[in-house]
Design a protein around this ligand. Sequence first.
Ligand code: ADP
Length: 583
Amino acid sequence: MSTFRKKILIAHVVVFLLFLGLMFPFASTTMKRIVMGAMQLRADELIAKIQAAPSEEALARRLKNQKHLTFFRVTVISQERFILYDSHTKLMLGPRFSQEYIIDHPDVVDAFDKGTGYSENYSDLLGQKFAYLSKSFAFQDSTYVLRIAFPHQYLEEISNSFEIGFLTLCTLVLLAFSIMSWAVIHKLTGPIQQITDAIKPYHQGAADEIPEIAIQSTDPKDDFVGLAQTLNSLSKRVKGQIDSLKQERNERAAILDALSEGVIAVDASLIITYINPRAQDLLSAKAEEFMGSKFVVTKLPLCQDLLLKCLEQRKVQSDTLEMQKGRKRLFLDAVALPSGPHGGAILVLHDISAESKMLEMRKDFIANASHELKTPITIVKGFAEALHDNPELSKEIAHEITGKMIRNCDRMNSLVKDLLALADIENLPASSMAKIDLLDLATECKELLVEHHPSTLIFLSTDEAGKYLVTADKGLLRQAIMNLLENATRYSPQPAQITIELKSMEDMVQLEVADKGIGIPEKDLEHIFERFYTVDKSKSQKRGGSGLGLAIVETIVHKHYGSVRASSQVGEGSTFVITLPHA
Ligand code: ADP
């Protein structure tokens, strides 16, 4: 049952009980009034019958003859307060009865004073309680009082049965009225129940949406139909607003999730309220571990200081920090921004490790390049000064010095060539790419190498497939292969033994250059493709190397969407494998 109906039922019960409570005293006073009215009527009737009697004896006689009008005890009292007549006392007392009994009952006193008197009293003589009504009347120029008595027991009986009857009737009427009004209310509140029933599943959490409320009514102007329609349009609008808010939130969440920056939101007391996936990745932790915890759990004291300052001053704060993530060292730009009306803040972490590394590499590159150029320049300058200062030097010594100067100039030349090559590769135009046969190119390189190093033993082999077409800049790819072949001769005891092997795979072509040279120690293998990296600087320089050869190979191969790898065994030889996609 709905609360509304329950309230109506309770109100009815309360009204009913109140009604009964009020009706009880009303019924009993009404009854008393009715009985008193009847007694007065009877007294008036009796007075009318006896008033005209010629003497007191005649009056008493006439009263005796009116037995049909007296229902219990009747007394007539003279002005001197003597009992002139008493219907019962004389009978009961017999000869002991005396007319001189003085009557001073309150009702009699009232009757003499005011005309009428009423009292209820216990009669010792008759052994029961009576209701007395006294009424004065004029008789033979004097005032007499007629007193009639009515047994209180009958009065109570009559009044009780009246009350019971009256109240039963009232109850029945009220009950009938209640049932009728209940039925009417039930009918009227039916639509409210329908509305409540329709909304209930949403209210109890069983449904996600406020359902459409349908009122079964034939009258379109029905107030409840109007109410249902208003609620329906209201819930539609609310749903629309919730949907758009949800969408907005999802979009924002998607943006935050996709950000390459780590984002952490905190409230005014530094409790973490949001952490995006990138921040979780940077801190190597799951959101559940951080959400709702103090910022201190992130173990980023510098960021905590930034956030505290930002919360305090409500101003953007930024700094750069260094942190360890596993085996990696990360450099982060940290920015703390004030957010929201409740005094929170947002921390944005931008990983600048790659940029830092690039910057570092650039610095190293410039330093290395300068250093590599400075050494031969110093040597050449030294020799030139020696020649300048000593014009008397023998022809042989001068020849030797100039030879050294030429070799150093060659070294500088090849270094500058390598540096320019690296710069060129970075700016490789797409138009220079064409389909080339790797077998033709490898054969060309083999011949070139033999031209430079006639003693070298070089073999070229292919597999059965025989298809080695790739899309490439021929000049650059030639340079990459020549660098590998030059290294193979450079780092092998003479005459160098080199094999070039071509393999055609599903969507790749492989070119393998293997030698039986000095090999590369394992610890150096992972670094040999770095710019200016040399396993043994003096040996490398002696052999005319600058540490840029393999870096050039890797850069060229990467420009062709391929890869290069090396394997080696010290004292046994090295193998370099270039893999390129099929054209
Ligand atoms: P470099 O100009 O010094 O040869 P590279 O970049 O070509 O520079 O090679 C880097 C280092 O790798 C060399 O210093 C050398 O020690 C080693 N290396 C390269 N190729 C070979 C090879 N075929 N055999 C042994 N060591 C090699």
